[in-house]
Ligand binder design. Structure first.
Ligand SMILES: CC(C)(COP(=O)(O)OP(=O)(O)OC[C@H]1O[C@@H](n2cnc3c(N)ncnc32)[C@H](O)[C@@H]1OP(=O)(O)O)[C@@H](O)C(=O)NCCC(=O)NCCS
Length: 142
């Protein structure tokens, strides 16, 4: 959670509220996050997919693509692989092409995933919720 919001970990109650909101997004917006499982073990290792970036009104109505993985699964290319699949699904199946991705300064692994997805630098700004510096990357017109 170091580079998410103010860096605080979630309480179990907050995590439960987050999960409920992740599920509602599919019903209310027609897009959302995917749970990611490691193929051989079936273990849940993280999530990736689309989210409404309401915390950053200046990028609306763009849709955000994001990712969060368990630490033991890092460094194996899973986040890049899953994010690419979610991006392609969003473009081809949902018609979502106005896509941004947002990371806090310092989160180089996340920035690298944005670059690998073909996204390009859009702007540097402040996250109004925690006043931390962030950069927005954007998918160029297809
Ligand atoms: C961001 C996150 C998903 C990346 O996971 P990962 O397992 O390292 O991702 P991948 O293995 O798919 O690839 C990451 C890429 O960044 C690179 N990378 C990893 N750590 C890096 C670092 N500290 N500096 C520069 N590049 C780095 C990797 O080499 C790889 O690029 P490559 O394929 O060109 O070699 C993971 O760190 C995470 O879940 N962090 C906590 C949640 C979070 O910060 N989410 C994003 C919020 S914007």
């Amino acid at each position: 959670m170091r580079y998410i919001g103010n860096g605080q970990t979630r309480s179990p109650e907050d995590a439960a509220r987050n999960i409920a909101a992740f599920q509602r997004s599919w019903a209310e917006r027609g897009y959302g996050l995917f749970a990611v499982e490691e193929k051989q073990s079936g273990e849940l290792i993280g999530f990736t997919g689309h989210a409404w970036p309401g915390f950053l009104p200046e990028v609306l109505p763009s849709v955000e693509i994001g990712w969060r993985f368990s630490k033991p699964s890092w460094g194996k290319g899973y986040a890049s692989e899953a994010a690419k699949a979610a991006l392609v699904f969003g473009v081809n199946e949902l018609g979502i092409t106005d896509i941004v991705s947002i990371y806090q300064i310092g989160n180089e692994a996340s920035r690298r995933i944005m670059q690998k997805l073909g996204m390009i630098f859009d702007r540097r700004t402040l996250d109004p919720s925690c006043r931390r510096e962030i950069e927005v990357y954007r998918l160029p017109p297809q």
